[in-house]
Design a protein around this ligand. Structure first.
Ligand SMILES: NC(=O)c1ccc[n+]([C@@H]2O[C@H](COP(=O)([O-])OP(=O)(O)OC[C@H]3O[C@@H](n4cnc5c(N)ncnc54)[C@H](OP(=O)(O)O)[C@@H]3O)[C@@H](O)[C@H]2O)c1
Length: 325
């Protein structure tokens, strides 16, 4: 496989790059906006900087590589306030690049896999199946849904892989700090880090997603690569298989560390650095059809928590090392 991963320096993309190198003999192109990754040299890894808002530059970089699969993970996470003020910025960052990538794959025989989100749902159909009714309630979800539609209708070989609440090792950035946010992404890692430091973990409970499927990044990466290499059309839920409440999840993490429940406290107000977006309260997903299509069983919730604890306790859990044997 010749695997192009946009956002290859990011958390999810870095895990797909890692899996492509470590578990397959893939030739990998990791694309990023600014990250250079000099320390991550691997004989089968190329790294290119290109801004996805510059269609020509981006398309040229991909076309030169001649991928058999493009996994689109890149996301501009920095500019939500500006995007809310002027939604043309959001369309340029999220949706226009998908149109260009669909054009690229249509000129070759490559597959396009768009990484999407559980936040395309509003919670009313939770746990939402792959063909459940989408109804995003924030700008991010709407941009992802538009991107899904273009991938599925404009790309001749297009598929959508929705992930949710991803946790695990960041292979690309040594300065990465796992922090709680309104969703479940990095929630387990942030709680484990806080509790291992001996601090109390404050679970945000107001204005946040309170029920979702935490996922492990290695499960997400494996499922996404299977979609690409099996050349599968459609929508896939490449996420953990168990939905759990936010406070219950935090208490399970404390229990796995042998700590009492009082190390977990509820914090009903969002801290000032919270993004204050409207988010679905319940974004849990049903992934049974995906697991059957991919012949894959994900970690249980307890295995996921244990994997993160083991990772954070071990020296190999240090972020920013792309270790491929
Ligand atoms: N993490 C989760 O829990 C979660 C949950 C649901 C869905 N998702 C989806 O998964 C995907 C990846 O998320 P993530 O958490 O891995 O994000 P991330 O860690 O913030 O990574 C973002 C990536 O996008 C690149 N990028 C940013 N702006 C760009 C631009 N203008 N042009 C080209 N590349 C650009 C970054 O490159 P630089 O490093 O050079 O800046 C980086 O590689 C996203 O589509 C997200 O919606 C994630």
């Amino acid at each position: 496989m010749r695997l192009c991963v946009t956002g290859g320096s990011g958390f999810v993309g870095g895990n797909i790059v890692h899996a492509g190198l470590a578990t397959r003999q893939a030739q990998v192109l990791a694309m990023s906006r600014t990250w250079r990754g000099e320390r991550h040299a691997h004989p089968r890894l190329d790294i290119i900087n290109a801004d996805m808002r510059d269609a020509e530059q981006f398309a040229a970089a991909i076309a030169d590589f001649k991928p058999t699969a493009i996994v689109h993970c890149a996301i501009d996470n920095t500019n939500y306030a500006a995007m809310e003020r002027d939604q043309r910025i959001a369309w340029r960052s999220f949706v226009d690049p998908i149109v260009h990538m669909a054009d690229i794959v249509n000129r070759s025989s490559a597959r396009l896999v768009l990484i999407s989100t559980d936040w395309v749902f509003d919670g009313s159909s939770a746990p939402a199946a792959e063909d459940g009714p989408v109804n995003p309630i924030n700008l991010y979800g709407r941009m992802k849904l538009a991107s899904e539609m273009i991938t599925l209708t404009h790309a001749e070989r297009g598929s959508v892989a929705r992930v949710s609440g991803v946790n695990g090792k960041h292979h690309m950035r040594s300065d990465f700090v796992a922090a709680q946010n309104e969703g479940y992404g990095n929630f387990v890692t942030a709680a484990v880090d806080t509790l291992l430091r001996g601090d109390v973990f404050e679970v945000w409970t107001g204005g946040v997603t309170k029920m979702a499927n935490p996922s492990h990044a290695t499960d997400c990466a494996e499922m996404i690569l299977r979609v690409a290499e099996r050349d599968l059309d459609g929508v896939f839920h490449c996420c953990g298989s168990e939905a759990v409440g936010r406070v219950e999840l935090a208490r399970s993490i404390a229990a796995a560390l042998g700590l009492p429940d009082d190390r977990i406290v509820e914090r009903p107000d969002l801290p000032t650095d919270g993004r204050h977006r409207l988010v679905p309260t319940d974004s849990s997903l049903d992934n049974r059809a995906t697991r059957a299509a991919l012949d894959y069983e994900t970690m249980t919730l307890h295995q996921l928590i244990d994997a993160v604890i083991t990772d954070r306790r071990s020296t190999s859990g240090v972020s920013g090392r792309l270790e491929v044997s």
